[in-house]
Design a protein around this ligand. Structure first.
Ligand code: ATP
Ligand code: MG
Length: 414
């Protein structure tokens, strides 16, 4: 395994596996710092490929594509969570690569991920593993109502179905297996549906010496299983909760010997639930990890002195990690493809048009980020807006002016 001892300096070329919006923001940041970039993604129009010095438009497993990446790059990272671990291993034989194949392979598999959390003594939601039809018979009724989730390849609420009865569970299992009779079965986990008070996440970076720095804890609001709003301002989370989040997330990263940027997502419950109590009011349960920057950390580009993408650059190049400081309160609103639908659309025919950016950009403290995706689709992440300001009330006022312009339901201040 290639272990970097020296730092890579500006002028070096940094590679990223995956050409989505996370890769695009990594590329923007790396270029600002004077690095060159190479993106590997099969889509010739990928958001990151469009802005990178080099774009290798092959599959992640294509030997020629990987050879070219090794040839062009001094170090390689990933923005795509489902890149086969074997690819990271192969690259790591030639170049510094982080996060490691081991860490990514754990994040890709909910079963191994949950075991890792338990090994770190971080509480998880009650769950059971279902690997065969027969396992459905022995599931404890205590897990109902629950959510059946595929162990692999889920994202943005895809690959999961809510179930109330054992009959629902059987139907959900069949649905998640799809029409894959000839294929091996897709292992799943059944998680108990928890009464969430709210959700939050923490983004940290860890280097090869084991030093950890983190962004401020974020509170997240999901709609339809997809992140809708991230809140990072005084009063958005109880202080004791923030400290506990950092402690749990650091334990998860340290035990993985993680190097790079890691996001850990948590559920917050009223403290009657069986996990660690915080001031008697709340308890935390870890949901999942993402071995890369995360949608809930996008605000850091405009609201912090070091963004999550700069942390990724610094960790990859073994440059110093210093603790990011938040410069002002912030909100981040996701822009999904639905917002591009014209009111004239019908059930049969979608008519697309550009949202009214002029009215939105007329408001103070608005930072529009669009990912350069050519085609809107209903739940596709097309961009986000970060809102910054000096006081929290004015942020929410601006936010709800924006939601009104976009025709979305409003958000309340916590
Ligand atoms: P993403 O890729 O957006 O992070 P995902 O597809 O990996 O999402 P999860 O994070 O497991 O899926 O779940 C998506 C959302 O569904 C959670 O953020 C939460 O709002 C809700 N959810 C998931 N599991 C539970 C649970 N056990 N109890 C209550 N709500 C849950
Ligand atoms: Mg999630």
């Amino acid at each position: 395994m290639h272990k970097p001892t020296k730092s890579l300096l500006p002028g070096a070329t940094l590679g990223v596996l995956g050409g989505g919006q996370l890769g695009r923001m990594f590329v923007h940041c790396a270029q600002r710092m004077g690095f060159k970039t190479a993106v590997l993604d099969p889509d010739p129009q990928s958001p990151a490929g469009l802005v990178s010095h080099h774009h290798i438009a092959t599959d992640f497993t294509d030997p020629h594509g990987l050879q070219e990446l090794i040839h062009l790059c001094d170090a390689v990272t990933t923005e795509f969570e489902n890149v086969p671990a074997i690819v990271l291993k192969e690259l790591a034989a030639h170049r510094p690569v982080n996060p490691s194949a081991h860490a990514v392979s754990i994040a890709q598999d909910r079963i191994r991920e949950k075991k890792h959390f338990s090994d770190c003594k971080v509480p998880v939601a009650p769950y059971d593993v279902i690997e065969t039809q027969k396992d459905l018979e022995t599931i404890s009724i205590d897990l109902m109502p629950g959510i059946l989730k595929t162990a692999r390849l889920g994202y943005d609420g895809k690959g999961q179905i809510r179930v109330k009865t054992s009959n629902d569970l059987k139907l959900a299992w069949d649905e998640l297996q799809g029409h894959r009779e000839a294929e091996p079965l897709m292992p799943c986990v059944l998680e108990k549906l928890l009464p969430l008070e709210f959700e939050c996440s923490i983004i940290l970076a860890r280097n090869t010496s084991g030093l950890i720095v983190n962004l401020p804890p974020q509170r997240n609001i999901h709609r339809e299983g997809i992140l809708a709003l991230t809140q990072v301002h005084p009063g958005c989370l109880p202080v004791a909760l923030g400290a506990q989040l950092i402690e749990f997330a650091s334990a998860v990263a340290t035990q993985l010997e993680y190097v790079g940027v890691l996001c850990v997502e948590f559920f917050v419950l009223k403290s009657a639930a069986p996990s660690t109590s915080l001031d008697g009011a709340y308890s935390l349960v870890v949901n999942e990890i993402a071995p890369r920057p995360h949608n809930s950390g996008h605000y850091s580009v405009e609201a912090c002195d070091i963004s999550q993408f700069e942390l990724q650059v610094r960790a990859l190049t073994n440059l110093p990690l210093t603790a990011p400081r938040q410069l002002c309160p912030a909100l981040m609103l996701n822009l999904l493809g639905n917002l591009w639908l014209s009111p004239e659309s019908t059930a049969e025919q979608s008519i697309w048009r550009e949202p009214d950016w002029s009215s939105i950009l007329a408001l103070s403290g608005v930072h529009l980020n669009l990912y350069g995706k050519h085609e809107p689709r209903k739940l596709r992440k097309m961009g986000h807006i970060t809102i910054t300001g000096t006081d929290t009330d004015s942020l929410y006022k601006t936010l709800n002016q924006i939601t009104k312009i976009l025709g979305m339901p409003a958000f309340d201040k916590p």
